[in-house]
Design a protein around this ligand. Structure first.
Ligand code: ATP
Ligand code: MG
Length: 262
C-alpha cells in the first residue's frame, strides 16, 4: 500500500524542502520505492537543491495538462525519483493545482512512498496537498511564531478532512530559550517524529546541489535525518560506521620513524 506524506508548516522557511530532499533519498536507500514531488508550484526549489533545474518537462507542464507525470520524473540521489517544478512565473500561472490529485493517482501503483513538498501559507495550492495526503508532517522550528503557524496548519488540515501524522522539530540549537520536545507535543497536540539540529552543512550541501545525507553523511543533521527516515519507513536504525580516514604523510612518517627505532 502506498503511503502519501505532505511536508507542511504554515510559516515559511522552516525546512520543508530540506526535509523532503533528505527524507526521500534516505527512504529510497532503505529500500522503499520513493518519489518526491515539488508541490510548491509558485516558489519551487526542490529541484534547485538537488541539481535538477532547467528541465524541459516539470510538474508545471503536467499541471497545465501538457505532459504526463512520467515525463516529468527524474532520477535523484540513492534511487529516489523526483518530480520537480519549473521556476518560471508563466509556468506557475498555467498550472492548475486541482490536477495534483490525478497526478498522485498516476503514481500510486509505482511507489511505496510519495512525498509532497508543500508551500508555506494557506493558499489554494497549499491546501490541496493537505487534503490528498495519508499523513501531513509538520516541520516546525522551536520558536513561538513557527509553532502558532503549525497549529493553524494542523487545524486547517483537520478541517479539510486530512490527518496530521506528527511534527519534525528542525533547526534545534539546544539553547535554553527553545521549546523542548514535550512542550512542542503539548502545544501542537501531535507526536514529535524527529529532531533535526541546526547544522551549517545543510546550507553547504544545498549550495553544492546535494542533500546533506549524501554530501555530509556523518554530520549531526544527517544522523538525525537517517534516524527519522528509518522510523518513518519502519526500519531499524543502525548508525553508519565513520568513514576510514586515509593515513596522511605525517602519520606515515611517524610510523616509519617509530618502526626504525624499535
Ligand atoms: N537543520 C538545519 N540547519 C541549518 N540550516 C537549515 C536547516 N534546515 C533548513 N536550513 C536552511 O533554512 C533555509 C530554509 O530551508 P527550506 O528551504 O528547506 O525551508 P522551507 O520550509 O522549504 O521554505 P519555504 O517555506 O520558503 O518553502 C535554507 O537556507 C536551508 O538551508
Ligand atoms: Mg520549500
Amino acid at each position: 500500500m502506498v503511503k502519501v506524506y505532505t511536508i507542511a508548516s504554515g510559516k515559511g522557511g522552516t525546512g520543508k524542502t530540506t526535509v523532503t530532499a533528505n527524507l526521500g533519498p534516505m527512504l529510497a536507500r532503505y529500500g522503499k520505492k520513493t518519489c518526491i514531488l515539488d508541490a510548491d508550484v509558485g516558489m519551487a526549489n526542490l529541484g534547485l537543491i538537488l541539481g535538477l533545474e532547467d528541465l524541459p518537462v516539470t510538474l508545471h507542464e503536467v499541471l497545465a495538462g501538457k505532459a504526463r507525470v512520467r515525463d516529468a520524473t527524474y532520477d535523484g540521489p540513492f534511487g529516489v525519483k523526483v518530480v520537480p517544478c519549473g521556476l518560471s512565473l508563466q509556468g506557475f500561472q498555467q498550472s492548475n493545482p486541482d490536477r495534483l490529485k490525478d497526478v498522485m493517482t498516476d503514481l500510486v501503483s509505482e511507489f511505496d512512498v510519495l512525498i509532497l513538498d508543500a508551500p508555506a501559507g494557506i493558499s489554494r495550492d497549499g491546501v490541496i496537498p493537505l487534503t490528498i495526503a495519508d499523513g501531513v508532517i509538520l516541520v516546525v522550528n522551536p520558536e513561538i511564531s513557527s509553532i502558532v503557524d503549525a497549529i493553524k496548519t494542523k487545524i486547517l488540515t483537520e478541517t479539510v478532512g486530512g490527518h496530521v501524522e506528527g511534527a519534525i522539530i528542525n533547526r534545534v540549537v539546544g539553547s535554553g530559550d527553545e521549546f523542548n520536545r514535550a512542550q512542542m507535543e503539548k502545544l501542537l497536540g501531535v507526536r514529535v517524529l524527529g529532531i533535526i539540529p541546526e547544522d551549517p552543512n545543510v546550507r553547504r550541501a544545498s549550495a553544492g546541489r546535494s542533500p546533506i545525507v549524501v554530501k555530509y553523511p556523518m554530520s549531526e543533521a544527517s544522523k538525525a535525518f537517517k534516524r527519522l527516515s528509518a522510523d518513518i519507513g519502519g526500519i531499524e536504525y543502525v548508525e553508519d560506521a565513520a568513514p576510514v580516514v586515509r593515513e596522511g604523510f605525517v602519520d606515515r612518517l611517524a610510523r616509519a620513524l617509530f618502526r626504525a627505532k624499535a
